[in-house]
Design a protein around this ligand. Sequence first.
Ligand SMILES: [Fe+2]
Ligand SMILES: [Fe+2]
Length: 267
Amino acid sequence: MRIAQLSDIHVNDGRYEQALIDTAVDEVNADAPDLVVIAGDLTANGYREEFESARERLDRLRCPEVVYVPGNHDAMSVGYLHFEDLFGPRAHRRVIDVADTGRVQVVCVDSSKPDIDDGEVGRELYGWIADGFSGEAELRVFVMHHHLVAIPATGRDRNQVWDAGDLLELLRSLRVDIVLGGHRHVPHVWPIGAMFLVHSGTASTRRVRGYAHPSYNMVTVTADLLEVEMRVPGAERELLARFARPVGLAGQWRPVEAARPMRGMGL
Ligand SMILES: [Fe+2]
Ligand SMILES: [Fe+2]
């Protein structure tokens, strides 16, 4: 199964470049993934015309399965109302049947709060999340904008979701395989036991410092491997992480190639 993961599009930001998102969409269309995840911060300020422009750019995606969650920028003031009008419910779940994989459960939540950068999912959603991951599945995918664990090379962390501990425990107990998010504009993969926290960079802005570039992720899951490729729209592609799947219930994911250390960290 292939999942294209894009986030932090930030339409109308001073450092937004429409050509980057258009190129990324063209590349994703060419690869025809099974699922496209848009992991929040579609806009700069949560204004309606920004959402309309994001909708226009993303309507070019040809994948039949595209899921969206809002980010903190989309939730400014009551910006989330425009998100709901143009992109649908802020929390949703679905099951998709993927030819070479089988039954895949996808649960998406809104981790944003109006007018603050911090995030929280909230315990009132935990039962609904658990229902979305009940029953048999070959792969369980959880999507939210914010992060559960701090991302290296993004400064001093302030925006881990408030209920990160509870969520990590909940998602682990529900046997979630992959958590997809964005927010810090830097791609990263954290293996947490048998679960992977995969973050995409900013797809279409120059809101990156040091030597990071705008990027999105292509996540590939096979019977043997989980692989995350970072792609700069129209430019380089780089393997971010490759892990071998565990064999049997007691198996541990084994890094084939560990997550790439961020350049500029002196590692
Ligand atoms: Fe962002
Ligand atoms: Fe964000």
